[in-house]
Design a protein around this ligand. Structure first.
Ligand code: ADA
Length: 562
C-alpha cells in the first residue's frame, strides 16, 4: 500500500513490494529481504552500519516512460536502471523519484544501493537518541507515464467572507522534444453516506488547449468557490477526493488524485485557531520505530499506534524528528488528528550545524517535505531544528533561513521549533508559535509550576511575547515491567507520577495551547554516544514500550486527556 486511497486510474502503477536480493558490500552472501523493510530485521544484519545493494528484475509491459517513486530509502539511496544511475537521494524520511525515458518492453534490472553510515557526508543522520536503520524502508512504485504527465498538485483551502475557497495548482511536465496542446479537467468529490458524491468541477481560465513547450513544466492555477462543502475538523474530518485529468489533443493521458480537506489554521494572539475555533493540542511525540521492524513500520502497526493514541484521548501528534510516512499522515487526515510535522534534525549544537552539508541537506528536506505533504489537512504546523543551536548568532541565521524557506513554500500554516536553550534562546522572535521541551521532575527535580512560569516569563520577554506557546516535550523514563512501591525513577509508578504532575500544570496554564508527551513508544537509539544514558540502548520514555505494551502512565494520560 502506497496511500490509503487510489491515486491513479489512468496512470498505470505497480507497487514493487516483495522480496528483493540484498548484498552487503564486500560480502558474497545474497540475502532475500522484504521491501519495504530494514536490513536489520535479518538475524545476520542486526547492527548493519554500512553500504550494500538491493536488486530485482522488473517487467516493462510496453515501450514508454517509466517513473519510479521511492517513499523512503535509509539513509542514502543510489538507483540504477540496467546499470545506469538514474537517482541519488540523501535522507531516509523524504521521498524521491526518477524517470526512465523510452524504456523498452521486457525485463530490466533495478538496483538500489543504500548507505546508513555516519560521517561528514551525513549531517542529519548521526548517532542519536533514535536509530538510523538501513534499507528500502518505505514503499516503492513503478509507473508508466506519458511524455506529458501531472507532476504535482497543491490545494490550499481558505475562507473568504465566510465562504470556502480553494486555490488549485496543477503542475504538468512535458518530457517530449516537441510541443503539445493540452487541457486539464479537475473536480472534487466526496463519498458521502451511501456513496452519494458531490461534484465540484474546478476550472481555471486557460485550462484548455494550452501549448506546452518541449522539455518544460507549467503550472495551471485557479481560485474558486466551493460553497456548501463539509469542513475538516477533529470532530468531523471531512475529506474530498481531488481528481485531475490531463488531456493531450483531446485524449485523456494521465490523472492524479489526492485527498484534501477544507480547514483553515490561524494563529491569533496566544491561540491556535482551526476554522476560527480555538484548539488545545493534546499530543504525543511519535518516532517511526517498532520493536521488530525498525523504522519500516507496516500500515497495520501504524493503525495500532493511532488506535492507542486516540484511546488515550490524543488529538495531535508531532512527527519527531523528521517527515513521516504518508500513510500515517493519511490516517491522521481520516481521524482528524492534528499534525506538527518537522524537518529532519535533532539536538545539533553549532558544530554539527556547521557541517558543510547541513544547510543543503536541511533545505532539500524542507522542500521535499512540503512539496509532497502539502495537501494533508491534518498538518497544521511546520516545525524545524529540534533543540539545535538557537542560542548562537550563526545558528539564528540558519533558523531564519529555514523559516523563510518554509514561508516561501507555504503561507497557510504557522511555524515553530522546539527549543531547549532555556533562558538563552535568541530565535523566539522568528516562528509563529514558541515551543519548548522541559523535563521537570526527570532530568531535574525542579518544581513544575515555578519552572514553567519562569520559562514563560522569559519567553514573553525574549521575542515570544503575544505568541501561542506549546510544551513540545515533557516526560520521564520507565522500564516496562519495572514496578516499585518506593516509586523510584525508572519505575512505571514514577513515570506516571511525573506525567500527571506535568500535565496538571501545562493543561491549566492560560498561556499554553498544547502539550506533546515525550514519547508515545520506547524506541531504539544508537549505541555509539548514547548507551550510557539509555538503558537497553532504547529511549525508555515511551508510554508504551517498543512492543506497544502499555505502562502505568497510559491510564494517567487517558484519564487526563479524555
Ligand atoms: C530531547 C529530544 C528528544 C529526546 C528527549 C529525551 O528533548 O528532543 O528527541 O532525546 O530529549 O528523551 O531526553
Amino acid at each position: 500500500m502506497i496511500r490509503l486511497f487510489k491515486q491513479h486510474y489512468i496512470r498505470k502503477v505497480e507497487e514493487l513490494e516483495g522480496v528483493w536480493d540484498f548484498q552487503l558490500d564486500g560480502c558474497d552472501k545474497v540475502y532475500r529481504l522484504a521491501v519495504p523493510g530494514c536490513v536489520e530485521q535479518h538475524p545476520d544484519l542486526l547492527k548493519t552500519r554500512g553500504t550494500g545493494a538491493y536488486n530485482r528484475e522488473v517487467y516493462v509491459e510496453q515501450n514508454g516512460n517509466i517513473r519510479l517513486e521511492f517513499k523512503g530509502v535509509s539513509h542514502t539511496g543510489d538507483v540504477f536502471w540496467d546499470g545506469e544511475q538514474i537517482a541519488h537521494h540523501y535522507n531516509a524520511f523524504t521521498g524521491f523519484s526518477a524517470v526512465v525515458r523510452n524504456a523498452k518492453k521486457g525485463w530490466h534490472r533495478l538496483e538500489v544501493r543504500i548507505d546508513n553510515t555516519f560521517g561528514e557526508h551525513s549531517s542529519l543522520h548521526v548517532p542519536n537518541d533514535y536509530y538510523t536503520y538501513g534499507g528500502i524502508t518505505r514503499p516503492v512504485s513503478m509507473e508508466r507515464v506519458a511524455d506529458i504527465y501531472i507532476s504535482g498538485i497543491h490545494f490550499t483551502p481558505y475562507l473568504e467572507n465566510g465562504v470556502w475557497m480553494g486555490r488549485l495548482e496543477i503542475k504538468i511536465r512535458n518530457l517530449a522534444e516537441e510541443p503539445a496542446e493540452i487541457s486539464v479537467e479537475s473536480f472534487l468529490e466526496r463519498e458521502g453516506d451511501g456513496g452519494v458524491s458531490q461534484l465540484f468541477p474546478a476550472s481555471g481560465a486557460g485550462w484548455n488547449n494550452v501549448k506546452v513547450e518541449p522539455d518544460s513544466e507549467i503550472v495551471f492555477t485557479a481560485e474558486q468557490e466551493f460553497a456548501g462543502v463539509a469542513v475538516w475538523s477533529h470532530e468531523n474530518p471531512a475529506l474530498y477526493l481531488w481528481n485531475t485529468v490531463l488531456y493531450v489533443n483531446g485524449i485523456p493521458v494521465d490523472d492524479m488524485i489526492d485527498r484534501v480537506g477544507f480547514r483553515e489554521v490561524k494563529v491569533s494572539g496566544k491561540r491556535i485557531l482551526i476554522n476560527g475555533k480555538q484548539i488545545f493540542l493534546k499530543g504525543f511525540n511519535r518516532h517511526e520505530d517498532y520493536a521488530t521492524v525498525g523504522c519500516a513500520v507496516p500500515f497495520q502497526l501504524m493503525m495500532q499506534d493511532m488506535d492507542l493514541m486516540t484511546d488515550m484521548g490524543a488529538n495531535a501528534v508531532r512527527t519527531c524528528h523528521y517527515p513521516n510516512d504518508e500513510r500515517f499522515l493519511d490516517l491522521c487526515d481520516e481521524r482528524g488528528i492534528f499534525v506538527w510535522e518537522e524537518n529532519h534534525a535533532r539536538g545539533f549544537g553549532l558544530e554539527r550545524m556547521q557541517n558543510p552539508n547541513f544547510d543543503k541537506q536541511c533545505k532539500d528536506c524542507i522542500h521535499e517535505m512540503i512539496e509532497s505533504h502539502y495537501n494533508h489537512p491534518s498538518i497544521i504546523i511546520w516545525g524545524i531544528l529540534n533543540e539545535c543551536a538557537s542560542e548562537t548568532e550563526e545558528g539564528r541565521e540558519k533558523y531564519a533561513r529555514q523559516y523563510t524557506q518554509i514561508k516561501g513554500l507555504d503561507t497557510s500554516r504557522p511555524t515553530t521549533s522546539a527549543t531547549c536553550r532555556h533562558l538563552k534562546d535568541i530565535c523566539l522572535d522568528l516562528p509563529d508559535i514558541v515551543s519548548f521541551n522541559m523535563y521537570s521532575g526527570w532530568y531535574k527535580d525542579v518544581p513544575v509550576e515555578e519552572t514553567n512560569q519562569k520559562e514563560i516569563d522569559w519567553i514573553r520577554a525574549s521575542g515570544g511575547d503575544g505568541k501561542p506557546i506549546i510544551v513540545s516535550e515533557f516526560g520521564a523514563a520507565a522500564i516496562y515491567g519495572c514496578r516499585d512501591r518506593a516509586r523510584s525513577k525508572w519505575s512505571e509508578e514514577r513515570q506516571a507520577d511525573i506525567i500527571r504532575e506535568n500535565l496538571e500544570v501545562y493543561m491549566n496554564h492560560p498561556d499554553i495551547c498544547g502539550v506533546f508527551v515525550w514519547q508515545f513508544a520506547d524506541c531504539r537509539v544508537t549505541e555509539e554516544e548514547w548507551f550510557s544514558t539509555r538503558a537497553r540502548c532504547h529511549n525508555n520514555k515511551g508510554i508504551v514500550d517498543e512492543y506497544r505494551r502499555p505502562k502505568m502512565a497510559y491510564d494517567v494520560i487517558r484519564e487526563m486527556y479524555r
